[in-house]
Design a protein around this ligand. Structure first.
Ligand SMILES: Cc1cc2nc3c(=O)[nH]c(=O)nc-3n(C[C@H](O)[C@H](O)[C@H](O)COP(=O)(O)OP(=O)(O)OC[C@H]3O[C@@H](n4cnc5c(N)ncnc54)[C@H](O)[C@@H]3O)c2cc1C
Length: 399
């Protein structure tokens, strides 16, 4: 008997992981990627244990280990004077949550996934090929592929839309699109030798300021520091530069002028900035229609304030692998995937939005927040993330 065949639209972190999960469960996978080359955009990613556990099962963590770093803590600092408001130790992460907390360069994760895929003869990755239409039938899905001016036909037992925040598959299923949130993310990598010494700690540092926050952590064995500054901004990108336009450093200089010197020095050490608009959306009611399912940013676009977009895409991939390899009817399996994953992903979407409000408070509200953070202490702060990071809760095993 021929193995079942999945067609996946999009070779981002989600589509790559889903291909591996399905191939390991005996599926044949055709993975179509619109871009001609997979560019290593986006610099750093925090991989919380709920995601690293799944990558571990896929054998990808071993490949990542030489390039990944295990931060010793998450430090929360006040923008005005750099005071530490909370320190969440992460040295016990693996015992507490069942898998390591890692920070990696997105390019290193992408490469590790592509290397694993290259060893799977049942996965065919086609670059420069966009899913441009589909019709879900009783026993299969018919799919139109656009390769430049050429239109090709494909078919599969199911279609997985892993095509990102501006998903074509999502749009065709009639779901609301994600909207620009009013925030932009400015990203840079700074040579560690040029950064102030206190900023080179093996920690993830989060600075909280009025209408802005700053996150940084070391990457690649501490050789570089990944810096992300989030600000509210009027943003009218032109088409070509939509995802990643050059940021004018003077803008950040002015926005962060009242911040502690160490933060300003780090921002000043960045050789150049790329900025991207951040999108948000209310959770949608359905991710699945017949033999078609959404995953990753296509299913649940979210603000990056819990650092969970890629982690949730990886959880989707794990859940798809689990339900589709049980050998049940495909429509039933995809509905089971949605039931397992949608409530948890919706919670992460909502909590990420809530986090934005807390991070950007000003005046007396910020004062109260800072007092609460100090009173809570590291251990109680850690406990607030158990529901999210515990590897056991990934794949929909909610309490
Ligand atoms: C500033 C910032 C910081 C972040 N930090 C973190 C973090 O620390 N941890 C974390 O977990 N997440 C983080 N994220 C989120 C994370 O980057 C994304 O959520 C994640 O990459 C989404 O993966 P995906 O596979 O769903 O989509 P994408 O990575 O967007 O991949 C979609 C792919 O589909 C392709 N495509 C589009 N249309 C088609 C089509 N019609 N046919 C075929 N292919 C198509 C695209 O070219 C693309 O390659 C961050 C995001 C931002 C903006």
């Amino acid at each position: 008997m021929n193995p079942p065949h999945a067609v996946i639209a999009g070779a981002g972190i989600g589509g790559l992981c889903a291909s591996l999960c399905l191939a390991r469960g005996g599926w044949r996978v055709s993975l179509y990627e619109k871009a001609n080359v997979l560019e290593a955009t986006g610099a750093g990613l925090q991989l919380s244990p709920n995601a690293s556990a799944i990558l571990g099962r896929l054998g990808v963590i071993e490949r990542l280990t030489p390039f990944a770093l295990r931060p010793k803590a998450v430090r929360i600092r006040r923008a005005r004077d750099g005071a530490t408001l909370a320190l969440m130790p992460l040295d016990d992460a693996e015992r507490r949550w069942g898998a390591p907390y890692l920070v990696v360069h997105r390019a290193d994760l992408q490469r590790a996934l592509l290397e694993a895929i290259a060893r799977e003869s049942s996965i065919r990755l086609q670059m420069g090929a966009a899913v441009a239409g589909f019709a879900s039938g009783e026993n299969s899905v018919a799919i139109a592929i656009a390769q430049g001016a050429v239109r090709l036909k494909a078919a599969g037992d199911c279609l997985i839309g892993a095509d990102g925040v501006r998903s074509f598959v999502r749009q065709r299923l009639g779901a609301d699109s994600a909207k620009f949130s009013g925030w932009t993310a400015w990203r840079a990598t700074v040579d560690a030798a040029r950064a102030p010494p206190a900023m080179r700690r093996e920690e993830t540092t989060l600075w909280l300021g009025r209408n802005a926050h700053l996150v940084h952590y070391p990457l690649r064995g501490g050789a570089v520091i990944n810096v992300v500054a989030i600000v509210d901004e009027v943003f009218r990108p032109d088409g070509a530069d939509f995802w990643s336009s050059l940021g004018e450093p003077g803008f950040l200089g002015a926005r962060f002028s009242g911040w502690d010197e160490a933060a300003r020095d780090l921002l000043g050490a960045a050789p150049d900035w790329r900025k991207s608009p951040l999108f948000d959306c209310n959770p949608i009611a359905s991710w699945v229609a017949g033999r078609v399912a959404l995953m990753g940013d296509a299913a649940h676009p979210m603000l990056p304030f819990l650092a969970q977009g890629a982690a949730q895409a990886i959880e989707d991939a794990g859940a798809l692998g689990e339900v589709l390899t049980r050998g049940q009817n495909i429509e039933t399996s995809l509905r089971a995937y949605q039931e397992a994953r949608r409530p948890r992903a919706a919670r992460v979407q909502r909590e990420s939005r809530r986090q934005a409000k807390i991070y950007h408070l000003a005046g007396p509200a910020a004062l109260l927040r800072d007092m609460a953070l100090r009173a809570l202490g590291g251990q109680k702060m850690l406990a607030r993330f158990d529901w999210l990071y515990d590897a056991h809760h990934a794949n929909g095993h909610e309490d």
